[in-house]
Ligand binder design. Structure first.
Ligand SMILES: Nc1nc2c(ncn2[C@@H]2O[C@H](COP(=O)(O)OP(=O)(O)O)[C@@H](O)[C@H]2O)c(=O)[nH]1
Ligand SMILES: [Mg+2]
Ligand SMILES: [Zn+2]
Length: 262
């Protein structure tokens, strides 16, 4: 989805698929050696999260790593601002993940609020939506399109058929000429070869690690570990350290971090 085709003007036959700017892919659920293409030529990735108990910095970081890995510009879209008294706290937590990270807070049901996202949805531009179920992706699509045609997950009391989910790959055209991709496959994306993305999102750790005495320092109990020292001084946080190690281990399972020595 998202490929651009060169089409013969007369026959309307596809002549060839144009070279891809970027590609979201995942390991095939049936066969981990195979890859499945999810979406191509994405200009902007809306990383959608809601301002409630589902909000997770770790998840946002994971999605950001993916955005860097694929080479697509991320915008964090925080929804459900109308349901919290402290939307600014959620926005601040998201902004703290990476310097310069764009964070937009919206009430997904309010066209005026969502209008600022239109900047990324102009003629010929493709935006993919990524985020957990229920954060408000379909609602954003509906509001940006000015229609209610996409089933959202509203669960009405006493109506057990009221739960709808997006089941098919969905590509939506906007009046302004842009495209919105809301595909469930995006949620199941795994990190493969994400080293570049990890080093961008966690560049504070990567830089600090260069100061460690040993180049192969695992930041456990090695003498002269700059990362541990920075954590002890409060320059870096343990939470982020743990998330960094977890993502790095997932990206390259062959790297086994030694346990901290007693
Ligand atoms: N109050 C409020 N509800 C929202 C907002 N965005 C989405 N919702 C509701 O959250 C539920 C899940 O939204 P949906 O768009 O289906 O989420 P999706 O699974 O990410 O596509 C629906 O009941 C929406 O009406 C918002 O900004 N504010
Ligand atoms: Mg949906
Ligand atoms: Zn170290």
């Amino acid at each position: 989805m998202g490929d651009w085709l060169l089409v013969d003007r007369d026959t309307l036959q596809a002549v060839r698929v144009l070279g891809r700017m970027n590609l979201f892919k995942r390991r095939s659920p049936g066969d981990p050696r195979k890859e499945q293409m999810i979406a191509a030529n994405v200009d902007t990735l809306f990383i959608v999260a809601s301002c409630n108990q589902d909000f997770s910095v770790a998840r946002l970081e994971r999605y950001l790593v993916l955005a860097h890995e694929v080479g697509v510009d991320p915008v964090v879209v925080l929804t459900k601002t109308d349901l919290t008294d402290t939307p600014e706290e959620f926005a601040a937590a998201a902004r703290a993940i990476e310097p310069g990270l764009r964070v937009e807070s919206v009430n997904g049901r309010d066209p005026t609020s969502v209008a600022r996202l239109a900047n990324w949805c102009g003629e010929g531009e493709t935006v993919a939506l990524l985020g957990s179920s229920g954060v408000g992706k379909s609602t954003l699509v509906n509001t940006l399109r000015g229609s209610d045609s996409i089933a959202t997950q509203a669960i009405r009391a006493g109506d057990d058929t009221g739960r709808h989910t997006t089941t098919a790959r969905e590509m939506h055209r906007l009046d302004r000429g842009g495209w919105l991709l809301d595909t469930p496959g995006m949620r199941e994306l795994q990190l493969s070869d994400a080293a570049a993305g990890i080093s961008e999102v966690f560049d504070d750790f990567i830089l600090m690690a260069q100061q460690c005495r040993f180049s192969n320092c695992a930041h456990g109990a090695e003498p002269g570990c700059a990362v541990r020292a920075a954590i002890a001084e409060g320059v870096l946080t343990t939470d982020r350290f743990d998330r960094w190690r977890k993502l790095a281990a997932e990206e390259n399972p062959a790297v086994v971090y030694p346990k901290r020595r007693r």
